[in-house]
Design a protein around this ligand. Structure first.
Ligand code: GZL
Length: 323
């Protein structure tokens, strides 16, 4: 008899667990469904940006649909169209280049889905096609690189500095504005001579190819290499060394992003200056998207705080960069 009672008690307990009492709480409805088109995975910056956005979506309880466009604008346009069809609450994307978005953004506007730009921006005749742009002040990054070089020229006591520039993806916001900020800053200084700018597309392999071309053409006449991101810089460094020059000594090396690998090289002296371009934009994006969903206003432009690391700094206590 006792066995029978135990059996039925056990059965009742299991039934209770299966039917609800004691069952896990039903997962709460996501506060927001966010469609995000990432442009690719070309650099430590980009990989860190993707990881941070995923992590912050979880932290904020946001349901994230992420698409990797593999460096192709058409893939981003197709992803945005899928987000529209899926009727996400908010669309965000990092536009690989500035032009060519009006049609698909007009479709999002027609569907009543707000758009937030992340990292880079777009050129459009209709400012209503997006609500907010969250990303670095790239012009300021170029200015900070130029300001470092002016100070370095004073410290080196150089009468003339011949500069080569390795730029990022043609017609991308960071490429256009970093170039402009840097050139505007050094323009008035008679010591500065720009030999040539070449496009490295933010890729390590292309950075190496560009540096080889520039060394073949200008050799030891190069005093300064201004590179628009660490990937291209790290592609260029071994090419400089193999040509018999000491990066950081025979040539001043100025870079942008500030990922761990490049910061570690800065500490060895092979890079002289890195302007920070933080990929950690996830929390800014989630807060803006949740505000939009809640009908609250969001700033038109949101810049993260950024700094400069250089051979003037004591970086021994710098915490891990996280990208
Ligand atoms: C800048 C970002 C750039 C990085 C590169 O915010 O768009 O693209 O500087 C990346 O590393 O490829």
């Amino acid at each position: 008899m006792r066995k029978r009672i135990c059996f039925w008690l056990l059965a009742a307990l299991c039934a209770g667990l299966l039917t609800g009492c004691g069952a896990p709480e039903k997962a709460p409805e996501p506060s927001l469904v966010l469609g995000f088109s990432q442009l690719g995975s070309e650099s430590s910056f980009r990989i860190g940006n993707t990881r941070d956005i995923s992590e912050q979506a979880k932290a904020y309880g946001v349901s994230l649909m992420m698409d990797d466009a593999n460096q192709k604008q058409e893939n981003q346009i197709n992803a945005i169209r899928r987000f529209i069809a899926y009727r996400v609450d908010v669309i965000a994307f990092s536009p690989i280049v500035e032009e060519g978005w009006d049609n698909v953004l007009a479709e999002a506007k027609q569907a009543g889905i707000p758009v937030i730009l992340v990292d880079r921006t777009v050129q459009t005749a209709d400012p209503d096609l997006y609500l907010s742009q969250i990303g670095a002040d790239f012009y300021r990054e170029g200015v900070m690189a130029g300001e470092y070089l002016l100070k370095k020229a004073d410290a080196l006591g150089k009468e003339r500095l011949r500069i080569v520039e390795i730029t990022g993806t043609e017609n991308s916001t960071p490429m256009k504005q970093r170039h402009e900020g840097f050139m505007d800053t050094i323009a008035g200084d008679p010591r500065m001579e720009v030999l040539e700018s070449v496009n490295g597309d933010f890729l390590r392999s292309r950075g190496a190819e560009c540096m080889q071309y520039l060394l073949d053409r200008y050799g030891g006449d190069i005093d300064v290499v201004f590179s628009h991101n660490d990937e291209m810089t790290m592609g260029a460094l071994p090419v400089i060394s193999r040509a018999g020059y000491r990066p950081g000594q025979d040539m001043v090396i100025i870079s942008i992003d500030g990922g761990q690998e490049a910061i570690d090289i800065l500490k060895t002296g092979e890079i002289n200056c890195i302007v920070e371009c933080t990929p950690m934009l996830g929390s800014l994006l989630m807060e803006a998207a949740l505000a939009v969903k809640a009908g609250q206003p969001v700033d038109r432009v949101i810049h993260p705080a950024e700094r400069v690391f250089s051979d003037e700094d004591d970086l021994s206590a710098l915490p891990p960069r996280g990208y």
